[in-house]
Design a protein around this ligand. Sequence first.
Ligand SMILES: [Fe+2]
Length: 205
Amino acid sequence: MTQQLQKTINRLFADTVERMDEGADVVQTISEIFASIDLTWSPANPDPLPAWDYRHAVVENAPAGNLSAVAQAVDADWQTVNWHRNPNYINDESLGRFRNWYGYNLYVGSFGMVKNLEIAVGMILISPDCLYPPHNHLAAEIYVPISGRAEWWSAESDWQIQEPGTPIYHRPWLSHGTRTLDEPLLALFGWLGDTSQHATINRDL
Ligand SMILES: [Fe+2]
């Protein structure tokens, strides 16, 4: 990880804690662990994902300031990290366009570029016009959109557009979903808790 990427993510976590009520303690803990880890890794050679078509758009669309700095730092390290799709989703055709047109990297985590079992930190990229249906997981989660206005839902709040920089907190097992509009979404995510368990779609909703 470049120093710039670590620096901009640390700053974003600090800004995010300031903006939160519920979940601020979770983000503070993720932030402290993240800042304490030696974030050096051997560069990967990832296979491109379809969603990479939007790599330049997410960097160009990021608001000026720290979010743009994060996006540029993500871009600089784009091909030194592995990109993934949830194995629970890859063969699920009911997910439609989302199934093939999203991806995430994992800077830190149980199968991250840096192995860690306490937290997961990475970036999710979702192409325009995709629905990530309601799903949940054991770990507590913070999202901070870096680029792209998208709609976010949880079992406790209706679909609503969230601007880049807005913290979106999900406590363990809270069902939540994301829908992109005409822009691609790049968002920082952090997990705290048992990060080895993948998210699963909530079929009953
Ligand atoms: Fe989640």
